[in-house]
Design a protein around this ligand. Structure first.
Ligand SMILES: [Mg+2]
Ligand SMILES: [Zn+2]
Length: 230
């Protein structure tokens, strides 16, 4: 870190959600609403009611599409998804201050990587689910499944807490940026949460250290001030 780096107790590392955080809305929900494959709404209801895991539900929703629709789905997301203001500036801030930035996304590689391509994030700093188009229908793969320490054992799909645990809490000041249900487990184990939407409510409810934000300019401002010390 250089000498203009704000004063954190340990070197900060950022873990940033993708859908509804880097992008303005949830891309999986947008795809389902747009193409409307029969059965998706029931799956979403079950995920929200937690009678079905995120992993199982996301797998089932994409299996509603033939593999031949890959490019159509990707093009729809690329043309409709908006990026939250200040994202490029936050990445520049991280580079200038040698702060590692990781994308921790429950989204799928075939749209996450193309959407992030303009921003120059190293691909090994982007965690998301995989996809296989060799069969009749789209099959989601899970290269970053839960580790043995995840309370949510095997239900995450892309296990955010497993990624966070690779950065020991005694060596790093761990910061999560997110908006929703898949960010709840990670929010409980980090030092600071930048929150939007449902995640703000959850942090309030559980008394977790958090700073609500709307744009990434807000995040930069708080980082400049040293997080919660501002
Ligand atoms: Mg999200
Ligand atoms: Zn997990």
């Amino acid at each position: 870190m250089n000498d203009t780096t704000p004063d954190f107790p340990r070197p900060p590392v950022l873990f940033c959600d993708f859908d509804g955080t880097i992008t303005l809305s949830d891309n999986i929900v947008a795809v389902m609403k747009h193409f409307n494959p029969p059965g998706w709404e029931e799956i979403v209801r079950e995920i929200i009611a937690d009678t079905k895991s995120v992993k199982q539900g996301v797998g089932e929703m994409f299996a509603l599409f033939p593999s031949s629709m890959k490019d159509e789905i990707k093009q729809y997301i690329l043309s409709s998804a908006g990026i939250r203001p200040g994202f490029a500036e936050l990445l520049s801030w991280c580079r200038a201050h040698d702060v590692p930035f990781y994308v921790t996304s429950g989204g799928i590689d075939f749209f996450v990587h193309p959407l992030l391509a303009p921003y120059g994030i190293p691909s090994d700093h982007i965690y998301c689910n995989g996809s296989d188009f060799s069969g009749d229908s789209i099959r989601i793969t899970w290269p970053h499944d839960c580790d043995d320490y995840c309370d949510n054992r095997g239900r995450c799909g892309m296990c955010k807490t497993a990624v966070i645990r690779r950065f020991p809490e005694d060596r790093y000041y761990r910061i999560l940026i997110g908006d929703s249900v898949t960010d709840f487990p990670g929010a409980k184990i980090v030092d600071l949460v930048f929150s939007r939407s449902h995640l703000t409510d959850k942090c309030r409810e559980l008394g977790l250290p958090h700073l609500p934000f709307e744009t990434f300019h807000d995040v930069i401002h708080h980082l400049e001030q040293g997080g919660l010390r501002s």
